[in-house]
Each structure stands twice: as C-alpha cells, then as structure tokens.
Design a protein around this ligand. Structure first.
Ligand SMILES: [Zn+2]
Length: 53
C-alpha cells in the first residue's frame, strides 16, 4: 500500500435553467411561451387551454 489512489474527482452536473420554466403552447391561439407555473394562462389571450410542449 505505497501507492496513493486518485483523489476524489467528482463532477457535479446540474441541468438547471433558471428563469425558463417549461414550454407551453396555447391551444386557443397557438401562442408559445414558457412559464414556471403549473397551470399557466396564455399571456396572449388569457386562455387556460394550454398544452405542454
Ligand atoms: Zn392563447
């Protein structure tokens, strides 16, 4: 045991996009937007008929 192994080489991967949220598309007017909300409302026509894309 006279050889020292490699030290801890840990790479931390973070896939976080701040301020982007999820992409949605309004099924009423087709407007695409991103929102952090679970139940977003179309910023164009205020419709609640939203599809996640
Ligand atoms: Zn809309």
């Amino acid at each position: 045991m006279c050889s020292t192994g490699g030290g801890p080489d840990v790479e931390i991967e973070e896939k976080v996009k701040e301020g982007e949220g999820r992409a949605y598309r309004c099924s009423e007017c087709g407007y695409r937007f991103s929102s952090m909300s679970r139940h977003p409302i179309c910023p164009s026509c205020q419709s609640e008929e939203i599809d996640q894309v």
